[in-house]
Design a protein around this ligand. Sequence first.
Ligand SMILES: Cc1ncc(COP(=O)(O)O)c(C=O)c1O
Length: 432
Amino acid sequence: MFGPKTQSLQKRAQKVIPLGVNSNFRFWGDEITPYVEKAKGGYLWDVDGREYIDYRMAFGPIILGHAYDEVDQKVIEEIQKGILFAMTGELEVAVAEMIVDMSPAIDMVRMACSGTEATMHAIRVARAYTGRDIIVKFEGNYHGMHDHTLWSTYAPVEAYGNRRSPIPVAASSGIPTAMRDFIIVLPFNDFDGFDRVMKSHGEQIAAVITEPCQGNCAAINPQPGFLELIRQRTEEHGCVFILDEVKTGFRIANGGAQEYYGITPDLVTYAKSLGNGYPVAAFGGKREIMSIIGQGVSQGGTYTNNKPGIAGAYATLNILKSQPVLKTIEKRGQRLMDGLKEIFEENDIQAVFTGYPAMFSFSFGIDAVTCQRDWAVSDHDLYIELTDKAIARGIMPDRDAREPWFLCYEHTDADIDRTLQIYAEIAKEVKK
Ligand SMILES: Cc1ncc(COP(=O)(O)O)c(C=O)c1O
């Protein structure tokens, strides 16, 4: 699928880095793993010099465009004044003010470096606030690499058991089995199952954590009323509602899913689009809950106010506030979704679209997708076949159908046209 330089770099990398990559998700297989040279705007070039319209956007963070000049200029200006002090500066206060201003559910916020850290800290705070240990999460949601929620994240869903009594399945060896005592898993959008769990365990549950849509499982949307039910039941039972907006935050609306759905979780986590790719994350929420940090509740990190991340967030949020970034992305994303839908229909390829114009997915060969168990029976082979053909022609979505297509501000109408033209060709080919 890729050229000779890619192949030899993979072999070289595999001698010194497990799988030849620094995150398991970047390994597509022997001889089919991409290695990148550079990216600019909506484009990416691999080490063989091949150009792609990039729809992976680094798994979502690139909301403006790769190497976005205005953001990079601010970062360069700021890092020349030093990058780390183990003291607090004005820029991070300004970033916190902007997050609070833009996020309906956030009164106070703490910064972190990655989504993993943000959710880990939010879970600590929720447990400290409630004095309880159990976390409820939904199958197919991913909240980062820590042991607390790396359960029932990936298929095979056959291991998940009956949906009335789901079995938490660790997504990795090395997670202590004892951690299983602290996790309850449920299918996403399972209203009855959620009600049952809250009735039977509500008083022991510290937090219910969910992505607003399943950003790590085909961007499956919440059914009307599902997020509201979580809000209502968590309130009734004194549990903390953590909305993990690491993928949706500063992408589906300036105020994230909180604004989009008009819901008020207790805590929210951000990363990704917050800094257009710079290493920055945040978690925040109600003053009453966040105020316990420092009152016997530990939270910190040497790099939590690293200047590249903070400056990246400062510049990105300013641009999001002052320019029609998300509206523009929405318009182009909608055109892309509509166009793809039409192409699949014309070629008798059954496809269900999920997500939002700024991050969407499609699943083949099924009528509806409401949870990971549905997605698991969709036609993954067809998805991979189409994607491989698209990549060979310079269009780069992720090969894993669970990973949504992401758009950025710098994707142009011409990029959308080209993508549709190529998908029209390859859809015909796979139907032959
Ligand atoms: C919803 C969600 N939460 C948390 C994370 C973890 O973020 P990070 O990879 O920055 O640690 C991710 C990463 O994809 C995510 O999608």
